[in-house]
Write a protein that binds this ligand. Structure first.
Ligand code: PMP
Length: 357
């Protein structure tokens, strides 16, 4: 399929941010967006890049009623010499397809989606910020647009990609966060939507996150829905614990998101010859280890922060300090390794980075 491009007229072009230290996250979008339509029986058609604009949706569009929506989150990075890189972009579209299947939505061709993404990023390449730690955030999204109120999968969909510059996640260095172990609310039950990147999971997480924030915590750590016993993931990150000489993360049993950063960390840790386990981890085991001093580090992994060290875990009213409240050695080593691959500063033995400009 040929991707048609309609460039923004000079009067449609937006002012680019001048102070990259004030970029923040998720408020600024570039001049263009990619769109593509789907109709049952016809498949994906009319791929195009157009000036960024508001969508026009029928109030009966099925996404607004039954939540058929999937999305992704990834980034493009600018190296010191001005080169542009993507990191594991195809893997994001493969994950998007798995999410789509779970909520009865059509799959996209991941190679075509990467091609569309590259075209969009290159068209708006002057928007990719230059300061250390900044990047271009990419949000591929798919929604059900058929106007219909009977409950069934829709017959028509829109796939679009919007992009925008985002600030450095860590402005004052990598500060460890405080997390609250959530034992009242749950995010996702086995057999549910937990492993899909779809709106319902985020709606389900908001109240717990707000209540935790009011108590001074950055994120909640979710436990399994049935027993409130096994560690799952935190708000928008997968979780890793270093207990003795073992690095542990929860297995992909269906209720957590299969993070791309999670997979990168597992592969790097194994390559470094350390003991890496994907296994069920009881919250009591974490708390015991914290008490005994064998919990050496805890950290979250995700596209936004890469590695987010945890300095305190609070469970049932008790605070447990991790790694003396500082960033652990492995957390820092992993952060440096992944970031230097993403920004083209180091060789990439895994073939994760793609230079696109
Ligand atoms: N879990 C959830 C619920 C998330 O939203 C994210 C962010 N996409 C992650 C984990 C981390 O995934 P990734 O490493 O692919 O960003």
């Amino acid at each position: 399929m040929e991707i048609k491009v309609r460039r923004a007229e000079p009067n449609q072009m937006k002012k680019k941010p001048t102070d990259e230290s004030k970029l923040g996250f998720g408020d600024i979008f570039t001049d263009h967006m990619f769109l593509m339509d789907y109709e049952k029986g016809k498949g994906w058609n009319n791929p195009r890049i157009e000036p960024y604009r508001a969508l026009s949706l029928d109030p009966a569009a099925m996404v607004l009623h039954y939540g058929q929506e999937v999305f992704e989150g990834l980034k493009a990075y600018r190296g010191k010499d001005g080169s542009l890189y993507l990191f594991r972009a195809r893997d994001n579209f493969v994950r998007m397809n798995r999410s789509a299947v779970r909520v009865c939505m059509p799959e996209v061709d991941p190679d075509f989606a990467v091609e569309a993404l590259k075209k969009l990023v290159l068209l708006d390449k002057d928007w990719v910020p230059r300061s250390q730690g900044t990047s271009l955030y990419i949000r591929p999204t798919m929604i059900a647009v058929e106007p219909h109120l009977g409950v069934r999968p829709a017959y028509a969909y829109l796939f679009y990609i919007i992009i925008g510059p985002v600030g450095a996640y860590y402005k004052e260095g990598l500060n460890p966060v405080k997390i609250y172990v959530e034992d009242k609310y749950i995010r996702a039950a086995l057999g549910g939507l937990g492993e899909a990147k779809t709106v319902a999971n985020y709606a389900a997480s908001l109240l717990a996150a707000e209540e935790a924030k009011e108590k001074g915590f950055t994120q909640v750590l979710w436990l399994d829905a049935r027993e409130r016993k096994f560690v799952e993931e935190v708000g928008t990150m997968n979780m890793f614990f270093v207990i003795g000489d073992e690095v542990v993360t929860a297995p992909l049993t269906g209720s957590i998101l299969p993070g791309i950063t999670r997979d990168s960390v597992i592969r790097i840790v194994k390559k470094w010859g350390m003991k890496m386990s994907e296994r069920s981890l009881c919250i009591d085991e974490v708390i015991d280890a914290a008490g005994k001093g064998t919990l050496k580090e805890a950290f979250g992994t995700g596209t936004a922060a890469v590695i987010s060290p945890v300095g305190q875990i609070t469970y049932r009213g008790n605070d447990y300090i991790v790694a003396g409240g500082k960033m652990g050695e492995l957390s820092l080593r992993l952060y440096n390794e992944i970031v230097s691959i993403q920004y083209g500063e180091k060789e990439d033995p895994f073939g994760w980075r793609e230079k696109i400009g």
